[in-house]
Design a protein. Structure first.
Length: 141
């Protein structure tokens, strides 16, 4: 990141690889906008939780069924489930003595939307790069 002098852009503006970035409220808005994405990625960063989400993608399961393949206590599995539920990736309900967990599609949609936005941005940049390269190639001929 290159900081420009006060005379050219002002004290609060920076250039980063040709992009002007003005710190302030827009950064805070972006951070708040992606809070759900952050908590989802944080929840999925742990291999046990990813395995639980994989299992739940095949259908609902009880907490005891989810715990069977893991070499850990039921209490540890419940803590993992709490993180997943707080992030919005799964939901659970208790009927009688059995707590059943299932995928929460809204949580996955948040991640899908975030990835789609990044993909669209990258594709636009690559398309523009292709245009510039083809224009440059035509000028050389």
């Amino acid at each position: 990141m290159i900081r420009l002098g006060h005379s050219s852009l002002g004290a609060s503006e920076y250039l980063s690889d040709g992009l002007t970035i003005v710190p302030g409220m827009s950064i805070l808005k972006q951070m708040l906008k992606y809070q759900d994405v952050d908590s989802s990625f944080k929840a999925l960063a742990e291999p046990t939780r990813r395995a639980i989400v994989e299992r739940l993608s095949r259908g609902p399961a009880s907490v005891s069924d989810l715990a069977k393949p893991f070499d850990m206590t039921l209490a540890a599995i419940v803590q993992h489930l709490q993180v997943l539920e707080e992030s919005g990736l799964i939901r659970s309900e208790k009927v009688g003595r059995v707590r059943t967990c299932r995928i929460e599609l809204g949580g996955l949609n948040t991640l899908t939307d975030w990835v789609a936005e990044r993909r669209a941005l990258i594709e636009r940049r690559l398309d523009r790069l292709g245009e510039i390269l083809s224009e440059t190639g035509l000028k050389k001929q």
